[in-house]
Design a protein around this ligand. Structure first.
Ligand code: NAD
Length: 528
């Protein structure tokens, strides 16, 4: 029995920001407006009575209330996507490409607005928030190459017989996103899932939904038809809906291991394709022959940028031989960083996302002390004068860390760098390979043979050689290894693997012969 069609009759609303008018400070928001949903190309208010309060991490002032979409609203989003699918899949790739060109241009025009929303809701500095927008925009730009990426193959496999391949869409697909890249991570999925002919439901993080809502507005202005992109909100219940809704054929997830392993297991058990990027502990090995100044600058940016809340943040250093003597200088240079509200000029890093996150980070710093590590720089207890109530943790450097300590085993996801030491490169590689996570690993050295030996042995998806955040541009794919990616890393975001994830390979073998003389009845498997 099919579910009766649900159409929401709520009047359409508009977003509070525009291309030219958006937040510019951490001042109290004068009128709290609830976050809207985006269903069938319309912004609709939720009928729910269940809201999640979203506070500015720099002040803890209320910014908006995020609705937990009702069952009816969740259903309405799926039905909208289902209605849109037949026409969208039949739309030529060239027509879709034109929409993507306009989408790309609109994101560029709205870069400052998107960044401002990210800074207000998530705490990043404005400059870093622009990077968040840019790295997502690059995925949309690379996806404009779809006519090339979706081209099939053809081969004459026997006389008068050829096999060709097609990449067909899957149907309705969904994206479940984390808080730390409010624009980039929705854009890891949105362009790829739609250009391949699918219709999409996005569930942004309930902690930072604003950027995804702006992207929805831009997608409509770019010409995406009704129902191709829908946005719903909530946390566990919305995720469970996505996991169990039969019409949803594939799910992309980015977030913690706790949620992601559950999403991968449940989604896969329900017969869906699932791609899930999870937690991390990213290491840098420092060899004595490296360019010391470059190493210092690189590590400080990669460890403390975005307050360490990047899945590729450099959170563990392994200092080989005499490089451990460089730590006092690293500490002095780190002290120069300004931890402040993201809208403040000169801010290098902002607050962490929530009071709970701050407490967790502080307890991990304390555990390091209790377990015998040496805290060289302690960022606890800091608050800028202007924002005494924010979730502040200033840069922290911990030395004499060993692999058994909690601060090393667990992902801290804060501005905390843990430092270990090793006598040789091989010993350092062994330590990294024994760690549960394998998102990124980096080496600083001037030696080509050391770099190559590291590259061959290291168990990490994204490897950097004198590059601190080796995230590939979207003509490649965002990989991972071990516990940092579910399903052994078979599915990865964007690039050709992303196109493959969001499409079904179909082969057609055809025989076209002018002299179609009946041949002898074949009973065995044909061998030619
Ligand atoms: P999170 O797991 O708390 O949330 C991610 C999504 O899952 C959200 O949409 C949330 O609503 C949902 N969710 C949370 N708990 C759930 C539960 N119990 N059941 C079902 N759904 C649930 O992650 P976060 O704190 O928003 O993001 C930070 C994490 O994401 C870090 O671990 C970071 O390393 C990881 N991350 C990984 C990558 C990567 O590419 N490997 C990229 C960015 C972030």
């Amino acid at each position: 029995m099919s579910t009766p069609a649900i159409r929401l009759h709520a009047p359409e609303h508009q977003l509070s920001s525009t291309t030219d008018s958006f937040p510019t400070s951490h001042d109290k928001v004068s009128k709290i407006i609830d976050t809207l949903q985006f269903i069938d190309n319309k912004f609709v208010a939720s009928e729910t009575s269940e809201f999640i309060e979203l506070h500015d991490p720099a002040t803890n002032n209320l910014v908006t209330r995020v609705p937990c979409s009702t069952d009816e609203e969740l259903q309405a989003s799926v039905q909208s996507a289902q209605r849109a699918f037949p026409k969208w899949r039949a739309t030529s790739v060239m027509a879709k490409q034109q929409i993507m060109f306009r989408f790309v241009a609109l994101i560029r025009q709205n870069m400052d607005r998107l960044a401002a929303v990210i800074t207000l809701e998530g705490g990043k500095t404005l400059a870093d928030a622009k990077g968040d927008v840019l790295r997502g925009l690059q995925v949309a730009e690379a996806t404009c190459a779809a006519p090339e990426l979706l081209k099939g193959e053809v081969l004459e496999v026997a006389k008068d017989m050829e096999t060709r391949t097609y990449r067909e869409p899957l149907g309705v697909v969904a994206a479940i996103c984390p808080f730390n890249f409010p624009s980039m991570i929705p854009l890891w999925t949105l362009p790829v899932a739609t250009i391949t002919g699918n219709t999409l439901i996005v569930k942004p993080s309930e902690r930072v939904p604003g950027a995804a809502m702006v992207l929805a507005e831009l997608s409509r202005a770019a010409g995406f038809p009704d129902g191709v992109i829908n946005i719903i909100h909530g946390s566990r219940r919305a995720v469970n809906f996505i996991l169990h809704e039969p019409a949803i054929k594939a799910i992309s997830f980015v977030g913690s291991n706790q949620a992601g392993e559950y999403v991968y297991k449940t989604g896969s058990a329900n017969g869906k394709r699932v791609m899930a990027n999870l937690g991390a502990k990213n290491h840098a090995i420092v060899l004595p022959d490296c360019g010391k100044d470059h190493f210092m600058k690189s590590v400080i940016g990669a460890a403390f940028g975005a307050s360490g809340q990047r899945c590729m943040a450099l959170s563990a250093l392994i200092l080989v031989e005499k490089t451990k003597e460089w730590l006092p200088e690293l500490v002095e240079r780190t002290k120069e960083l300004q931890t402040n509200g993201g809208f403040e000029p000169g801010a290098d890093l902002g607050p962490v996302i929530s009071p709970q996150s701050k407490d967790r980070i502080e307890s991990l710093i304390e555990s390091a002390k209790q377990e015998g590590a040496n805290i060289l720089l302690d960022g606890r207890g800091y608050a800028p004068d202007k924002f005494p109530n924010g979730n502040w943790v200033a840069p922290t450097i911990i030395d004499k860390v060993t692999p058994s300590m909690r601060c090393y085993r667990e992902e801290i996801f804060g501005p905390v760098l843990v430092c270990l030491s090793a006598d040789t490169l091989d010993e350092a590689i062994d330590v990294i390979n024994e760690n549960d996570y394998g998102n990124g690993a980096v080496i600083f050295t001037q030696s080509g043979s050391s770099a190559e030996s590291f590259r061959r042995r290291i168990e990490a998806g994204q490897v950097g050689i004198n590059v601190p955040l080796p995230v590939p541009l979207p003509m490649f794919s965002f990989t991972g290894n071990k516990k940092s990616i579910a399903g052994g890393g078979a599915n990865t975001f964007y690039g050709r693997p992303g196109i493959n994830f969001f499409s079904q390979l179909q082969t057609v073998t055809a025989r076209w012969s002018r002299d179609d003389v009946p041949t002898q009845q074949e009973m065995a498997m044909p061998i030619l």
